[in-house]
Design a binder for this molecule. Structure first.
Ligand SMILES: *Cc1c(COP(=O)(O)O)cnc(C)c1O
Length: 529
């Protein structure tokens, strides 16, 4: 840059007042980030309920009150404001009373790595934008492949199981359509995906996105606990072929989102091998078993899949986002490649010394270096301790489920292979219809109170409450407290007339224990704390 340019007031002035991270702002960056981290550390020390329980209209008012078009307030003020808005009213996954969805507490080294990759802002698309990061990601894909039992895996980190499944089914579609390009449309109309009704919705939506016909996803029968029945898969394979259709893929789920049950993988692999069909294992939830010291056997047969989805942001305790699609045969991944002269020119791809460009393997172009988080976690605590954490949540779920067997009010529903507990509040004397109605109301009351969070779902037509336990530090007593809140909410509902109206009653009317945490705060503040 010429001296005239750097002395030009306009150019230099804009440069000086930006917030961009550089040598000039490095000191300030360190200060600002330390302040944010200190504030968060204090919140982690003190926060005692999964959310503030602030009402939606209250949150909307606060969000709307922020002037996004005004002059900047400065980095410190902006971050303090964000802490007061976002962090204060966030949903915290690290507390045992959070037991709703598949969100995990996160490993400390991974969170620290997150700030590293955010600051450096690597994009793992071409090698010339990422260098060593590409090699580290590729090493972790190979590591995951080894854990699965693939001899020579390839794959890519993705934003989540949804994207991993989409890419897997895209690869399966391309494999099914390989060859004659002329009749693609007609051939595509005959493609079918076989999976159970309990598979993740991203499977059906991927089929839609991939242009398959509306009836492309064929539902395969299950056993009583919702695991794919191999005999039903055998019939479905036969019937699909007899009808003149082509099975593009069989998707088995290693840990269904709702029940955490694992479809029998090896029998499905036998049938797929015999029929020459692509087997995809969606191990978004159950992937953590790859490092489990005691439960790895539940994934037996996964090494015979042609593609596998693993969500590290579920059972590997990684911050969102962190997932991978892994394929057994590197050739299968080639269908993803797309060449752009400015990025990864085709002529260079063929060279012996071609740069390894992850963009060739991904549906994304610019892509986060999420692999760094798993890398640092593995190095910090090792895979065995990660696996022991997975075991801990599975053991916890088994014990919570067991305790319900003797409970006069809570009725467990079905079984799990992982860390889910489904149940209903239904003591003697409460009929099925009332128990059904309690399910969404109890969930809502707990959510609105901010004190505990459970999920709800429908299993075989029956509404159920659901605990998804992903906190290895949670104890049976912690979960018993959550269940106490469930009881309180249900007692309150049964005692009032709320069950006859469609509206959810304000939680404070239901039971004092379920007052919003924000109201309790207000009381404490009012008392001069
Ligand atoms: C969570 C989940 C997904 C979706 O993964 P995201 O990371 O949320 O996109 C897919 N399949 C199963 C079985 C899941 O549990």
């Amino acid at each position: 840059m010429g001296t005239e340019e750097s002395s030009s007031t306009a150019t230099a002035g804009v440069g000086r007042c930006t917030s961009l991270l550089s040598a000039r702002t490095a000191e300030r960056y360190a200060q600002v980030v330390h302040e944010v981290v200190d504030d968060l550390a204090e919140r982690f020390r003190t926060v005692s309920s999964p959310s503030s329980g602030a009402a939606r209209h209250e949150l909307r008012e606060r969000v709307d009150a922020v002037d996004l078009d005004g002059d900047g307030v400065g980095e410190r003020a902006a971050l303090a404001e964000a802490g007061d808005l976002y962090a204060r009213h966030a949903v915290w996954f690290h507390l045992p009373a959070y037991a709703a969805h598949l969100n995990c507490p996160v490993a400390v080294p991974a969170v620290a790595a997150e700030s590293m990759l955010a600051a450096i802002n690597t994009s793992v698309d071409t090698y010339d934008q990422s260098a060593v990061a590409t090699l580290m990601e590729r090493r972790l894909i190979a590591w995951t492949g080894e854990r699965i039992g693939f001899a020579d895996a390839d794959g890519v980190f993705t934003s989540g199981g949804t994207q991993s499944n989409l890419q897997a089914l895209f690869l399966a579609r391309e494999a099914a359509l390989r060859g004659d390009r002329s009749a693609r449309g007609e051939r595509m109309a005959r493609l079918r995906v076989l999976t159970t009704a309990a598979s993740h919705f991203s499977v059906a939506r991927s089929a839609l996105l991939l242009g398959l016909p509306d009836d492309a996803v064929v539902s395969v029968g299950t056993d009583a606990d919702g695991r794919m029945a191999p005999s039903a898969l055998a019939s479905a394979l036969r019937e699909t072929t007899d009808a003149g259709d082509v099975v593009m893929a069989v998707v088995v789920t290693a840990g269904t989102t709702d029940r955490g049950v694992i479809d029998p993988i090896a029998p499905a692999a036998d049938l797929c091998d015999a029929a020459g069909v692509w087997l995809h294992v969606d191990a978004a939830y159950g992937g953590g078993l790859l490092v489990s010291p005691t439960r790895r056997g539940l994934l037996d047969g996964i090494e015979r899949a042609r593609s596998v989805t693993v969500d590290f942001h579920k059972t590997f305790f990684q911050p969102v986002s962190s997932s991978a699609l892994v394929v057994r045969d590197p050739q299968d991944l080639l269908a993803t490649a797309w060449h752009a002269d400015y990025l990864n020119p085709e002529v260079e791809a063929a060279e012996d010394d071609a740069e390894p460009n992850q963009v060739d393997r991904s549906l994304q172009t610019t892509r986060r270096f999420d692999a760094l988080k798993l890398w640092t976690t593995l190095r910090a605590i090792g895979p065995d301790r990660l696996g022991a954490m997975v075991d801990a949540v599975c053991d916890l779920a088994a014990r919570v489920r067991e305790a319900m067997d003797d409970d006069p009010e809570l009725r467990p529903v079905g079984a799990t292979d992982l860390s889910t507990v489904l149940f209903r509040y239904q003591p003697d004397g409460v009929d099925d219809a009332t128990a059904d109605r309690l399910v969404p109301l109890v969930r809502r009351i707990l959510f609105q109170s901010g004190r505990a969070m459970v999920a709800r779902t429908v299993i075989d037509g029956v509404p159920c409450l659901k605990l998804t336990l992903l906190n290895p530090d949670a104890t049976v007593d912690d979960i018993a407290e959550v269940l106490e809140l469930v009881r309180s909410a249900a007692h309150g509902l049964l005692a009032g007339d709320e069950l006859t109206t469609r509206d959810t009653p304000p939680c404070r009317d239901v039971h004092p224990r379920l007052r919003r945490t924000s109201e309790l705060d207000a009381t404490a503040e009012g008392a001069g704390r």
